[in-house]
Design a protein around this ligand. Structure first.
Ligand code: SAM
Length: 250
């Protein structure tokens, strides 16, 4: 984990996802890896799967984002520990998918609210809450971004968003693509954070990270790199967003 005191403003945060090699090479590597996954029958999509993430079992059902392949869900979940999530914390897992982050968070937190626009994901997260015996701590909500939590504020918000720009073709594609989630999430987030709270958002060198980072910056968030990791064809970074505390005048 990075020292947050070393983290810089948006330009530095954006630099964190600057590709290390030419785009064509990255694209070819991506294609090769996808072909390899298909050959090895590890392309894990639209199928029933049992995955293990940080020693917890997860059933993934058709149309729901797999937390292991690609590795973004597992990487975001790896950031969750008792230093980040206190025993009395209330956490919002936005776009919960299989519920991977909700379940790992619920090991530490008092209460986790898990939201997804894909009803299959809400059901899947519910199955995994039960499978991990954490259903008493996880509340499931179906809907668009903050609509299912209109008046609620949280100590921590987690989001592994659809980071490609464009209209989603179906529910499965909503995990990848959106026209406006970056802007609407940035606009709504502040009203759902308790004073001093923060959000962790995962972005990839594959996606339009700049769009998200500019949105956060425009809505007054300080942005710091919380964790980052380079893979053969992709770099992932988790950003921590905070709002300045309001100044009290006497
Ligand atoms: C990249 S997946 C992440 C899933 C899971 N959190 C993980 O890390 O494995 C993004 C998730 O966000 C959900 N999503 C997309 N747009 C949404 C919206 N407007 N409101 C709520 N959830 C949304 C998708 O259905 C999908 O489950």
């Amino acid at each position: 984990m990075l020292d947050l005191t070393q983290a810089g403003p948006v330009s530095c945060a954006h630099d964190s996802l600057r590709p290390a090699r030419p785009a064509v090479l990255t694209h070819l590597l991506g294609k090769l890896m996808a072909a390899g996954y298909r050959l090895a029958r590890k392309d894990r999509y639209d199928d029933f799967r049992l995955e293990w993430v940080h020693d917890s079992p997860f059933i993934v059902i058709p149309s729901v984002f797999n937390p292991k392949v690609p590795r973004t869900g597992e990487f975001l979940a790896a950031q969750i520990d008792s230093r980040l999530v206190s025993a009395d914390a209330e956490v919002l897992d936005m776009g919960t998918g299989s519920g991977v982050c909700a379940v790992i968070c619920a090991r530490h937190a008092r209460r986790v609210v898990a939201v997804d626009i894909n009803m299959a994901a809400v059901r899947c997260a519910g199955i995994n809450a039960v499978l991990n015996q954490l259903e008493h701590k996880i509340e499931l909500r179906h809907g668009d971004l903050f609509a299912p939590v209109p008046e609620e504020r949280f100590d921590l918000v987690l989001f592994n968003p659809p980071f490609l720009l464009g209209p989603p073709r179906d529910d499965r594609d909503r995990a990848w693509r959106s026209n406006d989630v970056a802007e609407r999430f940035a606009a709504g987030l502040g009203a759902h954070l308790k004073p001093g709270a923060s959000a962790l958002v995962l972005l990839s060198s594959f996606g339009n990270a700049q769009l998200f980072l500019e949105g956060f910056s425009r809505h007054g968030f300080s942005i710091a790199v919380w964790a980052e990791r380079r893979f053969v064809n992709e770099k992932l970074a988790v950003f921590r967003l905070t709002l300045p505390r309001p100044r009290h005048t006497t």
